[in-house]
Design a protein around this ligand. Structure first.
Ligand code: AMP
Ligand code: ZN
Length: 488
């Protein structure tokens, strides 16, 4: 398996630190509001990466934090006359709920910043002892960027370039404009915790480094987030961890491309966002995931409602093929052609191999989806050619292949719209001589009665059967494999 490491700008052969195991961390949200589908793109991308690692046989431990103390949360709380803790609790709960609705697997560990103050203070102390950090007179603690000879290793930045435009804000007490806060002295009315430097709260970059160390141990195999986090957030996480513990921080850095609307990054500040919750009210999680995975995770992704509608249609098409494969397998009346069945079974195996090859190449979900769509076309061709002589095993295996490959993407196919309804028994009882309680059998009787009526040119009866089915939301469909009753 090859993974693009954004710190080295190369695809590298993936070698986990501990054989068969992967330790992975992805920065979670700051919980001051509902997340938008740009945030969701990053979380869904890493969900699929994690699912593929698991499907490849790795034992994956996945940690993701919740940033539940931050300026944005405090500001929101002040605006709404609530406590920061109330705001954070509301949006943590909403985040967890909407991630589940999007079929994103829960992390194995979900630490919250406010519950990890002790480990963060310990890390800051270690950094001060080693001369990598200093406490300023105002109660802030800063990381001394120039004390880290490797600063810039994650984002490829160079210290001299960073100096251009760097400045010290009025309320800061830094020795160097490049330095960043590890600990912020409390301001009146803000949540705060006691520390050796007085009451205060941790800086944002501090929490991820401390949590990775505590829950996964450094170094880890994969650290991820959106590409907008590479600098300064990931650079600063890495500087703290490597200077505190001297063990390296993450072997591979993965960054997702941004989700765009009309060419611009979707963001809260631009106001060009749709929340994940509102999108999932109108569309299935499966369609949203399909839309996202048709572009590979590193590329920018253009969102539009038309594209989402298109993904919904693609899903319906795939689900229809799966349904037709299963129906043809269970209703074949003639013997299958052996050579055609074998050739078809081979196509399923080739599709799985092509899918794997794409996914093993830096999680190329776009290529993998291409293999799935190609196979859908082949399935439809096979059904057309086989008619009522589909090979049961090959058709069922093809249906399973499609469902399983989509499942590794966390995409659940829509269920066929209806099981044939019980009302069908009533129709059967009224129009044909049937008194049993088996819906499939009733359907067969009705189709038989209709075929007989048409053969006898009894158009009134044939039409009455069709109309009564229509009242039940059903239609009669002629397919290559035979005639069947389907939902409208
Ligand atoms: P935040 O709560 O702003 O820290 O964002 C949470 C995650 O969403 C981070 O990994 C961001 O990089 C990511 N993110 C924010 N905006 C976008 C976007 N438009 N497209 C993709 N990922 C994004
Ligand atoms: Zn982080």
């Amino acid at each position: 398996m090859r993974i693009y490491n954004s710190a080295t700008h190369k695809k590298e052969e993936f070698q986990p630190i501990e054989s068969g195991k992967v330790r992975m961390y992805v920065c979670g949200p700051t919980v001051y509001d509902n997340i938008h589908i740009g945030n969701a793109r990053t979380f869904i991308s890493f969900d699929v990466i994690r699912r593929w690692l698991i499907a490849s046989g790795y034992e994956v431990t996945f940690a993701q934090n919740l940033t539940d103390v931050d300026d944005k949360i405090i500001n929101r709380a002040n605006e709404q006359g609530r406590t920061a803790a109330e705001v954070a609790t509301e949006f943590s709960d909403k985040f967890i709920g909407v991630m589940r609705a999007a079929n994103v697997l829960d992390p194995d560990v979900r630490p919250r910043a406010t519950k990890e103050i002790g480990p963060m203070i310990a890390m800051i102390k270690t950094l001060i002892e080693q001369g990598h950090a200093y406490a300023a007179d105002n109660g802030d603690v800063y990381f001394a960027v120039r004390s880290d000879p490797n600063y810039g290793q994650v984002s490829g930045r160079n210290i001299d370039d960073l100096m251009v435009g760097a400045r010290i804000e009025e309320n800061e007490d830094k020795n160097d404009p490049l330095d960043f806060a590890l600990w912020k002295a409390a301001k009146p009315g803000e949540p705060s915790w006691p520390s050796p430097w007085g009451e205060g709260r941790p800086g944002w970059h501090t929490e991820c480094a401390a949590m990775v160390h505590r829950y996964l141990g450094t170094p880890i195999d994969i650290h991820g987030g959106g590409s907008d986090l590479a600098f300064p957030h990931h650079e600063n996480e890495c500087a703290q961890a490597t200077c505190a513990w001297h063990q390296g921080f993450s072997n591979t850095w993965m960054h997702t491309g941004m989700l765009l609307v009309d060419g611009e990054k979707m963001s809260k500040s631009l106001g060009n966002f749709f929340t994940l919750a509102e999108v999932l009210e109108q569309h299935s999680a499966a369609a949203l995931r399909l839309l996202m995975l048709q572009t590979s995770y590193r590329s920018p992704l253009d969102f539009s409602w038309e594209r989402l509608e298109g993904a919904e249609n693609s899903l319906t098409r795939i689900a229809g093929t799966v349904e037709n494969l299963r129906w043809a397998a269970n209703h074949a009346t003639a013997d299958a052609d052996e050579a055609a069945s074998e050739a078809f079974a081979d196509k399923a195996a080739e599709t799985r191999a092509a899918f794997k090859e794409c996914m093993d190449d830096d999680f190329n979900t776009a290529g993998a989806m291409g293999a799935v769509f190609g196979f859908v076309t082949e399935c439809n061709q096979y059904l057309e050619q086989a008619g009522d002589a589909a090979d049961k095993a090959a058709a069922l295996a093809a249906a399973d292949t499609l469902a399983e490959l989509l499942d590794t993407f966390g995409i659940e196919l829509p269920e066929p719209k209806v099981e044939l309804p019980l009302g069908l028994l009533g129709v059967a009882a009224g129009l044909v001589a049937y008194t049993g309680d088996d819906v499939d059998e009733a359907a067969a009787k009705i189709l038989e009665a209709r075929a007989e009526a048409r053969a006898a040119k009894n158009w009134d009866l044939a039409d009455a059967i069709r109309d009564q089915l229509k009242d039940l939301g059903l239609t009669i469909e002629d397919t290559a494999a035979g005639t069947r009753i389907k939902s409208l």
